[in-house]
Write a protein that binds this ligand. Sequence first.
Ligand SMILES: C[S@@+](CC[C@H](N)C(=O)[O-])C[C@H]1O[C@@H](n2cnc3c(N)ncnc32)[C@H](O)[C@@H]1O
Length: 270
Amino acid sequence: MASQHLASSGGACDEYAHTAQFYDLLYQQGAPRDIPFYLELAARQAGPVLELGCGTGRVTLPLAQAGHTVTGLDLSPAMLAQCQAKLAVAESAVRQRVKLVQGSMSSFTLEQRFALVLAPYRAFQHLLTVEEQQVCLGRIRAHLADGGVYLHNVFNPSLAYIMDHVRRGKVWECDLEAADPASERYLRRSHMLEYDLATQVLRVDWKFEEYNHAGVLLSTTLETMHLRWQYRFEAEHLLSLCGFEILETYGGYDRQPLTDLAGELIYLCR
Ligand SMILES: C[S@@+](CC[C@H](N)C(=O)[O-])C[C@H]1O[C@@H](n2cnc3c(N)ncnc32)[C@H](O)[C@@H]1O
């Protein structure tokens, strides 16, 4: 596996520095069931894949195991280290198909063009300004091969859900629990949400609590991340302004239609 280091954007900090160690255990349950969707897309495109915000390789590894060549780019050294550790014990053919790059999706330059560019599990929402979003989409365009496509995925903001949280104020809510068979520890994740309606930036405070088998709290880890939400027509206008033509639109990874109740905004663009 090759590893490359690029300058990261605008001094952005790693909002996954602590989350990384818990990510795979928790997201075995909590992640969207999007892998079949990406495998099908990659099979259709037949060419190298660029995954922006590849994280721990939750999507990268299944793609490489299915025979695709994948470049995974991520801002977080901690998330990349998790991915690298999994690659280290993967089959050598799989390892050779993956290249990891540390850098920002809003400032990358790679010496390759791709048949498919992805940013799974809403990684694009880590770009908090329209300027960064536009630069990122420009970078994606510059890295698409002839016939290449970009899959845009952000969450579909529910006004009812947002307003419910705004009214209730900031409270901790437990959203995931998992037992780690390796360490015999029990992990509990809680979140506290703060929606800034003026900037469309959601602040998420995470709390990770580790317990031993007797239920004694061993450690508490806190981390904060920020996500900018996009409304449907904002996303569509942005993609169009940045030179993309939307080929397919979905509200979820089973290719369900995009309705107001859909969980995701998914656009396949060229
Ligand atoms: C929700 S995680 C998704 C990880 C992986 N794609 C998955 O589906 O499990 C978002 C990822 O985006 C990365 N990220 C955040 N801002 C980024 C940026 N500006 N450039 C590249 N990666 C970024 C984070 O470090 C994190 O690994």
